[in-house]
Design a protein around this ligand. Structure first.
Ligand code: FES
Ligand code: MG
Length: 597
């Protein structure tokens, strides 16, 4: 449809907002809808002009500092929308601050999703700008856009500036792990601990490390849902304001072209995201969120796709926690397009995937150069080979993932059960029921934790610890750290912070609270993990496993704490497991619902 036709409301396609604002067949309701949207100064001429009504889904607020800068950027988005001939309507979405929400921010992803679906479906919106940023805000909004399927474009808030402490880069989230070890070893006190951690957050924006936020914002660009080159721009930079304006302009064009999430987020786009996730050293939360978005948009994507398409991809981006640099460096080095171009040259990107600017990812990224080779490596000179995830199965769980690239040679040496088979290791399980139990007992000498033990965290999946806690990565007891043992393998049914670099087996599904075999594990049981064959098993006889399962069932199942809020209880009854995206299972049947209005 030609632009002037939409602007004058004369086109063949009538915009859905006109069902509210210009519908003579339903004069009563039209009058009611109009009069209240006029009351703050919009005019009848504007609302009945047939110009696209563009929502700005505002995730920023004082409660969500990572995304707060969107309150400023929204002004430039509005100017872009107005310039291109649209009308902006800004509204709040449920805020999610990763570092502020108890018990977990994970609990709120599906709540924000549900709320945004209702807003996009039930109000007169023709398109929407999704203001993404902090970890869960990105998947929550992409999931909602996928379900409703009106034209949508995402705008990152951008990472914080680099953190600095005594001349060294300090990365948000990542520095906490180092600071904890330093405090456990007596090198810094409480004040020193807080000063060191706070140095990593010097400006507005989200985490400057390659944590879940940088990962998911990068992948939103790879999926095609934001303008090329925009994901990595730091929040305070002028380019961030400029791309906010361009994003506002572009969503009007997307409405004119009827370019919808289902046209952009295809299976090819998701496979591109899996490949790029390995190359950037992306978070272990990415499989959960991408599987969730794919299920809501109706694309077939499973955990196995991560191993099949992602495992052998090398690590190119040298950002903390896997590397040295931070968000500003990533931007100056060329950001997402420079990474995609490297992978494209190897034939690893499905170049025909459509993106928000109306061009393919191949057209957008071809020839995009690396500007700082120490920050983004070439494909021929990677930081690490095979940087993706592998999927484990066995008698411990149906599926779990592990990021093998963070397993150090020193770690492999310590755990060798057989020098001829360096990918298999055995150890004694030390079992904790949730993070409170872990914090209470980890330094208890009675546990006698040794350097070849395996720490197990259970009761921390989507049901057991509502939303699934980021607690699977656990530091060893202080006495081992003092001996130089800073890492033990960890296994758990929860998640791991994207900013931690430890070799953990996580997202185990089903979780203990859903009847998984982690529930019958006891401290002292031996475990065997075989990375090459993709196995994780309890080394006890099958008859003993059966007997323990029967005893657990008789006792009424794995006990977890009661719900503290209504939403915890409601979500626990409907949520699926991490391997399936931890979505609200009854929501998946609702797809492309804007077409039904
Ligand atoms: Fe918000 Fe890391 S805490 S992005
Ligand atoms: Mg996180």
């Amino acid at each position: 449809m030609a632009k002037d036709q939409v602007a004058q409301g004369q086109g063949a396609r009538r915009l859905r907002s006109q069902e509210w604002f210009n519908n003579p067949a339903n004069a009563d309701m039209t009058a009611l809808y109009l009069e209240r949207y006029l009351n703050f100064g919009l005019s009848r001429e504007e609302l009945q002009s047939g110009k696209p009504i563009i929502g700005i889904a505002q995730s920023g607020s004082d409660l969500s500092p990572c995304n707060r800068h969107h309150m400023v950027l929204a002004e430039r988005v509005r100017e872009g929308i107005r310039t291109a001939g649209g009308i902006a309507i800004e509204f709040p979405v449920h805020p999610i601050q990763e570092t502020g929400k108890r018990p977990t921010a994970g609990l709120d992803r599906n709540l924000a999703y549900l709320g945004l679906v209702e807003l996009l479906y039930g109000y007169p919106l023709d398109g929407v700008v999704l203001t993404i940023g902090c970890d869960k805000t990105t998947p929550a909004m992409l999931m909602a856009a996928a379900t409703v399927n009106i034209p949508a474009i995402a705008l990152s808030v951008g990472p914080m500036l680099n953190g600095w402490h005594k001349g060294e880069r300090t990365g948000s989230g990542t520095i906490v792990w180092k600071a904890r070890q330093m405090m456990a070893a007596g090198e810094i006190d409480y004040k020193g601990f807080i000063d060191l951690v706070a140095s990593s957050a010097p400006s507005t924006g989200y985490c400057n490390t390659m944590g879940t936020a940088t990962t998911m914002n990068s992948l939103a660009e790879v999926l095609g849902m934001q303008l090329p080159g925009s994901a990595a721009i730091p929040a305070p930079y002028r380019e961030r304001q400029q791309v906010a304006y361009e994003t506002g302009k572009r969503i009007v064009g997307m409405v004119e072209e009827d370019l919808k999430p289902s046209d952009i987020m295809t299976r090819d786009a998701f496979l591109n995201a899996i490949v790029v996730n390995s190359a950037i050293g992306g978070s272990t939360n990415a499989p959960i969120h991408l599987v969730a978005i794919a299920r809501h948009v109706g694309v077939d994507l499973t955990l196995d796709d991560w191993q099949t398409h992602g495992h052998k991809i090398p690590l190119l981006v040298n950002l903390q926690p896997a590397g040295e640099y931070l968000g500003e460096d990533y931007h100056h080095a060329g950001g997402v397009p420079a990474v995609v171009n490297q992978l494209m040259q190897q034939g690893l990107i499905r170049e025909g995937a459509m993106t928000a600017n109306g061009r393919t990812i191949g057209e957008n990224c071809r020839g995009k150069a690396i500007e700082m080779p120490e920050v983004i490596r070439t494909f021929d000179n990677p930081l690490k080979p095979e940087a993706g995830f592998i999927v484990l199965r066995g008698s411990l769980f149906d599926n779990a993932i592990v990021k093998t690239s963070v397993i150090s040679p020193e770690f492999r040496d310590r755990f060798l059960s057989n020098p001829d088979d360096p990918d298999a290791f055995e150890g004694r399980a030390i079992v904790f029921d949730g993070p409170e139990d872990y914090h209470h007992r980890i330094d208890d000498p009675a546990l006698d934790i040794g350097k070849t033990d395996i720490l197990v965290m259970r009761g921390t999946g989507p049901i057991g610890y509502p939303g699934a806690a980021e607690v699977v990565n656990m530091r060893p007891p202080a006495y081992l750290i003092k001996q130089g043992i800073t890492v033990l393998p960890c296994i758990g049914d929860g998640r791991q912070s994207g900013t931690s670099g430890s070799p953990s087996i996580l997202n185990a599904s089903p979780e203990a609270a859903a009847g998984g075999n982690l529930a019958i594990l006891r401290t002292g049981d031996r475990l065997r993990v075989d990375l090459k064959r993709g196995r994780a098993d309890i080394l006890i006889a099958p008859a003993e496993i059966d007997a323990r399962r029967r005893a657990l069932e008789t006792a009424g199942g794995y006990v977890y704490p009661p719900s503290q809020t209504p939403w915890q209880e409601i979500q626990r009854r409907m949520v699926g497991q991490l391997g399936d995206g931890a979505v609200l299972e009854p929501a998946v049947q609702f797809q492309r619902i804007a077409e039904t209005y």
